[in-house]
Design a protein around this ligand. Structure first.
Ligand code: SDX
Length: 430
């Protein structure tokens, strides 16, 4: 079959055929790698709205149809039938595990949850109110100091131990950051608990009395981690791939991803949604805030709405909304009015022409914060929870990038619009 091409017709009869690559599904890509070398021009795509940065076989999203698949498995099926630790295996290894493979993998993760004891000293240096995302990024970055010399990225065994340490230790670091914020003693992990149960234990147990895990809370967390596990080339994952492409220590690349996730346009949105709902306060104020979101002169945006890829419902938001009902029924927190406000805000926005015309729907961040709050997790920890789920996606993409035999350092170009050449002027002559 002949190679499909796009024919580029430039100025002054400048023409070029650009090869088209077709994936398993989703949009084709136009290969422009030869463009600068042969035509001396760059492509231009701020924010990479129409740019594919790599080949990947990890996650597929169809923004028009609201589809999300991890290694080909629809996220709805994984949410209904799998567990976060099994999804971690799937994303890292590419296939669903047998029972013995899963047991071995889970045992490995459980046995890497403790931190090097010296790492706990970092928490003594932070102010008591240090944002937990700042603490997470700093302490994960410090892992490159603990594990630098023995980290040979070309060694598959080293890549595995890196993956296990990130998956296993991030919850321990996250919980330690929270304990610092509330002035309680750090709780060591327990290997007899699964991933989500152990996190609840490290967050909410205290040495002074027994702590009973709420199974609905553990189930809700596990679901949220599955839904946040990966999302192809989002901002933070692309940051991890870019930082890792220079050969930087992978722990530092993950720390870079954590920092990118923190922004309110990305993973910080779940924290911003709760602040927004608090500010709106009551259903009677919804139309005022919808008008603010539509007003170009007003910087206010409806947080938790809109998405670069999904121009339909974010499939994760739909699943999380259902879990909200279950959690609020079971835990009966005083936040039911907040959930009712969010439901009403969604209904009003979805009927509004502005949101319909721009295909703005609730995204993964719109409802997740309501569940976190119902579990007793404070707003400042919401993006940390996002990072725990996304950690496996970051690691899977770093491994894919570092294993690419044709991999290159990521180094985009630009359209220069600054000053033309000019000569230095002595300070006395300025
Ligand atoms: C995540 O990439 C991923 O996959 C991310 C993520 C993941 O799993 O990794 O899914 C997680 O980050 C979800 C998104 C969380 N962010 C928010 O909820 C913040 C609020 N949403 C937006 O800021 C915005 O929708 C983005 C950042 C999510 C997407 O922005 P884009 O793709 O750059 O789109 P845009 O900013 O160009 O918006 C298109 C239009 C604009 O209007 P015009 O200039 O065309 O007139 O829609 C408007 C925007 O002003 N718009 C909104 C809006 N989002 C977009 N108007 C009001 N409220 C909003 N929330």
């Amino acid at each position: 079959m002949s190679q499909d091409v796009y024919r580029l017709i430039g100025p002054r009869g400048n023409e070029m055929e650009l090869p088209v690559h077709r994936g398993t599904t989703g949009p084709d890509v136009i290969d422009v790698a030869r463009l600068y070398g042969e035509k001396g021009v760059f492509t231009y795509d701020p924010g990479f709205v129409s740019t594919g940065s790599c080949k990947s076989d990890i996650t597929f999203i169809d923004g028009e149809e609201g589809v999300l698949m991890y290694r080909g498995y629809p996220v709805e099926q994984l949410a209904a039938k799998s567990s976060f630790i099994e999804v971690c295996y799937l994303l890292l290894r590419g296939s669903l595990p047998t029972q013995s493979e899963l047991d071995e993998f889970e045992t490995t993760i459980r046995r890497h949850t403790m931190l090097n004891e010296g790492m706990l000293n970092f928490f003594k240096g932070f102010r008591y109110d240090a944002h937990p995302m700042a603490q997470l990024s700093a302490v994960v970055g410090s892992m490159s100091a603990y594990y630098h010399d023995e980290m040979d990225a070309s060694n598959p065994e080293h890549r595995d131990i890196f993956a296990h340490r990130i998956l296993a230790k991030l919850p321990t670091i996250a919980a330690a950051a929270y304990k610092l914020n509330i002035g309680q003693p750090f709780m060591y992990p327990r290997n007899d608990l699964n991933y989500s149960e152990n996190l609840l234990h490290m967050l909410f147990a205290v040495p002074a009395e027994p702590y009973e895990i709420n199974e609905v809370a553990a189930e809700a967390l596990d679901l949220l981690f599955i839904l946040h596990a990966d999302h192809e080339q989002n901002c933070s994952t692309s940051t991890v791939r870019m930082a890792g492409s220079s050969g930087a220590n992978p722990y530092s690349a993950i720390a870079a991803g954590i920092s990118a996730l923190w922004g309110p346009a990305h993973g910080g949105a779940n924290e911003a949604v709760l602040a927004m709902l608090r500010e709106i306060g009551d259903v009677s104020q919804i139309s005022k805030y919808i008008d603010k979101a539509k007003d170009k002169k007003d910087p206010f945006r409806l947080m938790g709405f809109g998405h670069r890829v999904y121009k339909n419902f974010d499939p994760r938001a739909t699943i999380i909304r259902e879990m909200c009902y279950k959690v609020l029924e079971a835990l009966d927190p005083e936040d039911k009015p907040l959930f009712e406000l969010a439901l009403e805000l969604e209904q009003v926005a979805l009927k509004d022409d502005y949101f319909k015309e721009k295909n703005l729907y609730p995204n993964v961040d719109f409802y997740s914060g309501i569940i976190y709050r119902a579990l007793g997790i404070p707003r400042s920890m919401f993006t940390v929870m996002f990072a725990l789920g996304r950690s496996v996606g970051w690691v899977a993409h770093w491994r894919e990038m570092i294993s690419d035999p044709h991999g290159k350092i990521a180094r985009p170009r630009q359209l220069y619009v600054g000053e033309g050449k000019r000569d230095y002027v002595e300070i006395g002559d300025r």
